[in-house]
Design a protein around this ligand. Sequence first.
Ligand SMILES: Nc1ncnc2c1ncn2[C@@H]1O[C@H](COP(=O)(O)OP(=O)(O)OP(=O)(O)O)[C@@H](O)[C@H]1O
Length: 708
Amino acid sequence: MSEREAELESQLLSLQQEFEEFQAQSKEYEEILEAEVAEKDEKIHKISRKLEDIEDELKDYKEKYKKNEHELTKKCEEVDKLKRQLKSHEDQKRELEHLNDQWEQSARILEFSKQDLEEKLYQAEENAILYKEELDEITVSKEIELQRLRDECKELKQEISTLVAQHGDTNKILELEIALEKATKQQENYNLKLENAKSSLPSSRFSSRRVSADTTIPALSEGNHMLKVIVRVRPILELDSSKASCIICDNNTLFLSMPTSRTRGRVSVNSQKKYEFSKIFDQKSTISEVFQEAYDCIEHASFGGRSCIIAYGQTGSGKTYTMNGIIEQSFYALKKLLENENIKVTMHCIEIYNEQVRNLLTDLPLSKNWNDIVSIAEIELQNDWVSHGLSLIDQTLKRRATRQTSSNEFSSRSHLIYTLKIMSGRDTGIIQFVDLAGSERLIKSSVTGEMLKETLLINKSLSALQDVIGALESKQNHVPFRNSILTRILQPTLGGSESKITFILNCSPSESCSNETASTLALGLRLQVLDFGFLIRKNLNCEEIERTLKLLEKERAEKNTISRRLDKVERDLESYQYALKDREVKMGILNTKYKQKEKTFQDEITKLKKELVNLKVQQDETNKRLKTIAAKAENENIFKSKAAQLSRNKDEHVKRKGSISPSALTRPSSNPPEDVRYQKSQTPSRIPQPKLSFIISANSIKDNQLVS
Ligand SMILES: Nc1ncnc2c1ncn2[C@@H]1O[C@H](COP(=O)(O)OP(=O)(O)OP(=O)(O)O)[C@@H](O)[C@H]1O
């Protein structure tokens, strides 16, 4: 082997070694890259999956949002509809108020004409007395004349008989007989006139007053219902938000100051309403005074009749306070009235809460099955029935459902009914004491949720009670007792044919309660006018009065219908206003929720976009590195071809050596060929190429995917 050959061989060897090193290095590098690419692949895959999920979720939310938007539009339309309804109700209310004003005006006119008629009646009665006196005088004078005629007749008869005896003159006898007949006829006429005058004379003022004093309570219907409406005003208390009083009582007239307009929340003008009731108890009244007015109910029950004492009014107006006092006094009064009777007394204490019934003498829960509860709840009181009954009532008061409302810290949220049955022989007297739940205006009480349901049900049962009384008042064939549990339980005493009812209107004098007081008194007025005409008709028989009363009655019925409609519209208005408020609140919550969700999505999308940008940067870096590797592989290829060229040159040189002299072959070459010098730093030939093309293509695919 020549020196040149050995040199080339060593060069080749070193190149081969260098190439192997490079190959090993590049393999290592390739593995790292492959692992890195696989990892990136995995990450990209995961992210694209997450992206897809998020896109799906986004799509879902967009759909939901669209749906909610649709719902929102629908709700907005509903709100608009409600607003329109509200407006029409307000218009209706205004119209009804106008009608009411008109009615009040015509009622005032009728009241005047009633007074006028009463005046006329009084005059007629006065005249009747004078007429009677005159008639008495005439009667006396006529009786004297009659007596004179009788005497004359007697004288004539005697004269006739004397004449017949003395002369037998028939003409004279005939003349005298005619005169006698005339005198007799005249006497009969006088008698007849006297009788007629006596019978046509109206009863005296005293007698008509006596009749009305016997029937002081107006009848509720054709039957013998007797209703008495009384008012009790409690004093101003610590709990009242306004200590100013809006009520002035003057005997049985009550003046109520009402704020009529408000400027920036401050009352600017006050109007005064006047009410008249058969009895008004002012702030200083005692329970004994109030009880005196309910006494006839107690007496009636002690005789086996049906009686009902009801306390009505807004929450905190003193219903429970008054009713407790009345119950206690009633028990003692009944005991006194029935002292010598052999009686059996039963009692049940029922609470009606949210149209469910509870026996307050047990710990059993509320139930819808009112009939069963009522029949089971009845218990017989012991011999000392007064103290037994009162101690049981004490227990029930502790069990009653109460709640703090805007107007009362311990507002009773249930209707409480105590029913006492007094059995004596075959007679059974029943008396019901009813402490109604506080009536509250929805807007003022600003209630929501469970409390709202409670208030709505209380108001519903109170209006059912009004409807029942209204039906009894207008003598309808159908009385809607079935509309609420309250009216069903009160049916024995309200619906009986000989019932006595005392309705106590409890009022708070606080200025802050003037609206509630006005609505309590309005109900009282409706009750008070029941069958006023019936009472008058019973005692008087004047055509004009009859006509006027009929008119008055018609007007009253009309007014009551209008008032009931007004009440209903007001109630509806309150419910609508509440519903509107509720919907607005719900819409607000929904909007906030949407906004929150939208923000969360936006944040997530921003985060993902950032991640995507980071990944792209990483991908670019990887691509750059791959490109460097590809360039290196390119160089390697060039190096390989150069190495091949070198080996070909070597082969040629060997061949040429065979033909050229050995000296020429052994001459050392001071300058190795240019390409060999270059090749020294390159990779030797016949070394397997790293599989870079795969990596490049795989990465370019990923790159393209990411870009897309
Ligand atoms: N005539 C009165 N004299 C003094 N205090 C009274 C009088 N009437 C009521 N009160 C007091 O007023 C408060 C409210 O009365 P009460 O509980 O009887 O009202 P209510 O109408 O039954 O209320 P609710 O319907 O909310 O139960 C109580 O503290 C009571 O003692």
